[in-house]
Design a protein around this ligand. Structure first.
Ligand code: ATP
Length: 587
């Protein structure tokens, strides 16, 4: 990718503005700030680490954890207990605080991360309450309601870090390192994979991304930062009480994340500084400063839902527009062919019920390597459920699915995708803010755990060009019309280099010439060894891209054979045109 960078824009998009702000803040503290201001700024550094960790969980993964505050408290207690009961460990208190929080998060995460949003929030709230109750009731360890006073300052490699400026530099130094590490870890395709996993988890799994592992990693890493922040807090304040595990810490963290920004590292610093200084600015409200902060958060949600950092970034973009980015030059498009060994897909006696609705009933079919099969059926006949069962999105109640010699039952969707079984969705599942080129490039995860962004984008450009969507490569998916989005999704599935490709109504939303062109490309894929299972309502489209047709009716296979035979079948005509579906099923 060629990037033309006007000098001012290049400077304003680099780390320079942030370094300048940090230098100005330090100069202000050195010249005007007193010891209290330095202490407050140090606590803000610890809070920034807490918020940075919460951005991973809440912002990047989209999980509403209510345990981040309690994990901060846990870190504070671990640091305090180690300092007081094992003074030799002063250099180890911070790593220990971080590790303890990660350990608890790993144990909790293994169980609760599977839960849906609101149950997950409730489960983490319960964990937070347990930690708080332990802090209050385990008096022998935690000092009960009185807490643990006299926590000494931390030391690094035997050198004590004083509570004023040294501790301030340590806190913000740790934040800078952690912020750099997070930004680096989420740069490029990994960040895009996380965006897709958060917004469209099924689509992410369909290109081989292990969404559960991503969620777990983010939850544990976020907890590690919370524990570290808590440890720092204990050393700065010198006393730890059950307050550090209580709900206001969590509420403050959530509000700081919303106000500062969900995902930008800069936003974590901004939110933390505002949170720690709010009590000073709203001192006249006495203990009710959180209310004022809450009102501010509400205003932010309305005015700048992505937080202050996003607002500032938007202003920066207006003043110093984004450097021109030209997509990679239109490549000679790669031939549409599989790079995987040919495998037979076999569905045998599969059944699936949702409550009283029998969506699939004893469905059997085969898809030979390089074969193209169309699937038709009236609405609700089980076509999408069939795709979902084959691709591991929903488990079958009965029957088995094999890809080659691999039994797909109990395999997660991402593992099935990595075997070479790709799919598209009835409604194109693309992250609205991701540009089309990156949306396709993310598919490289299906073939390698650490794809190179440049190589993946170059290949993705080839696929887009092949499908006639090269002109949209640089456009955000959310801005594309439905038909174009569908083509982007097909390109993404093709970049998996699948041996089997399943498409759920790929022709919907496309104009007639676009359908003809897509059918041609699908034929090309078939000639390249890709087996196709294409669900659509348009029999002419299916006739152009498939050789065999299967008709489903009320979850059962009504007919399976050559296209012309099936489309003339009176049972199929009745089932497909929905005039006498009951008669068909009973026949
Ligand atoms: N997650 C679910 N929970 C409950 N019922 C479901 C679920 N998914 C599908 N069903 C039901 O199963 C039946 C088959 O649905 P499915 O979406 O597979 O049909 P379809 O042939 O793909 O329909 P369409 O052409 O409208 O997409 C329908 O009655 C539907 O309401």
């Amino acid at each position: 990718m060629t990037t033309l960078r006007p000098p001012a824009a290049a400077v304003m998009r680099g780390p320079a503005p942030m370094l300048l702000v940090a230098a100005a803040a330090l100069a202000w503290l050195a010249l005007i700030g007193d010891a209290y201001a330095v202490r407050l700024a140090t606590l803000a550094g610890a809070q920034a680490l807490l918020v940075l960790g919460y951005q991973l969980v809440f912002g990047h993964v989209g999980a509403l954890s209510l345990a981040q505050g309690a994990l901060f408290g846990l870190g504070a207690y671990v640091a305090a207990m180690l300092s007081l009961h094992a003074p030799w460990s002063l250099s180890l208190t911070l790593p220990a605080a971080s590790l303890a929080a990660m350990l608890v998060a790993a144990l909790v995460g293994a169980v609760v991360l599977r839960l849906q949003t609101h149950y997950f929030a409730l489960a983490t709230l319960a964990v937070a309450q347990l930690i708080h109750l332990a802090a209050v009731n385990l008096e022998g360890l935690t000092g009960g309601a009185n807490g643990l006073p006299g926590v000494p300052t931390v030391s690094l490699a035997g050198v004590a870090i004083g509570r004023g400026w040294p501790m301030l530099l340590l806190a913000w130094g740790l934040f800078a390192i952690a912020g750099w590490a997070v930004a680096r870890a989420l740069a490029g395709l990994r960040g895009l994979a996380l965006d897709l996993a958060r917004e469209h988890p099924l689509a992410a799994q369909s290109i081989g991304i292990d969404v559960s592992a991503l969620r777990f990693t983010a939850f544990v890493a976020g907890a590690g930062l919370a524990g570290l922040a808590g440890g720092l807090h204990a050393h700065v304040v010198g006393v730890v009480s059950p307050d550090v595990t209580d709900m206001p810490v969590m509420v403050g963290c959530l509000i700081a994340t919303v106000i500062g920004g969900h995902r930008a590292v800069f936003g974590a610093a901004l939110g933390a500084i505002l949170l720690t200084h709010a009590p000073e600015w709203f001192r006249f409200l006495e203990n009710r400063h959180l209310i004022a902060f809450g009102v501010l958060a509400l205003a932010m949600v309305i005015v700048a839902p992505d937080g202050l950092a996003a607002l500032l970034a938007a202003m920066r973009n207006r003043l110093w527009p984004s450097p021109d980015q030209t997509p990679p030059a239109a490549m000679p498009a790669p031939p549409i062919a599989t790079t995987r060994p040919p495998l037979l897909l076999r569905v045998a006696h599969v059944g699936k019920a949702f409550g009283g609705v029998r969506a699939l009933d004893d469905v059997s079919l085969t898809l030979a390597p390089g074969e193209a099969v169309g699937v038709i059926g009236p609405n609700g006949s089980g076509k999408t459920t069939l795709i979902n069962v084959i691709t591991g999105v929903v488990p079958a109640d009965d029957g088995v699915v094999h890809l080659g010699s691999e039994l797909l039952r109990h395999r997660p969707a991402f593992a099935i995708a990595r075997l070479g079984l790709a799919r598209t969705f009835q409604h194109a599942e693309l992250s609205a803010t991701t540009v089309a080129l990156d949306a396709v490039a993310t598919s490289a995860f299906a073939r390698t755990p650490r794809p190179q962004r440049h190589a993946a984008r170059t290949e993705a450009m080839g696929w887009l060009t092949r499908l006639g969507a090269g002109a949209q490569a640089g456009m955000r998916c959310g801005a594309l019309p439905a038909g174009r989005r569908r083509l982007i999704e097909v390109a993404r599935a093709l970049m998996v280099r699948p041996c089997v490709l399943i498409l759920d109504e790929p022709g919907a939303g496309l104009s007639r010439p676009e359908r003809i062109e897509l059918a041609r490309r699908l034929r090309e894929a078939q000639e390249g060894g890709v087996a196709l299972l294409v669900v659509d309502h348009d029999i002419d489209f299916l006739a152009a891209c498939a050789d065999r047709l299967i008709c489903l009716g009320r979850g059962r296979v009504v007919a399976d054979g050559p296209i012309d035979t099936v489309r003339r079948d009176p049972l199929v005509r009745r089932a497909y045109f929905g005039r006498d579906d009951d008669a068909v099923i009973q026949a």
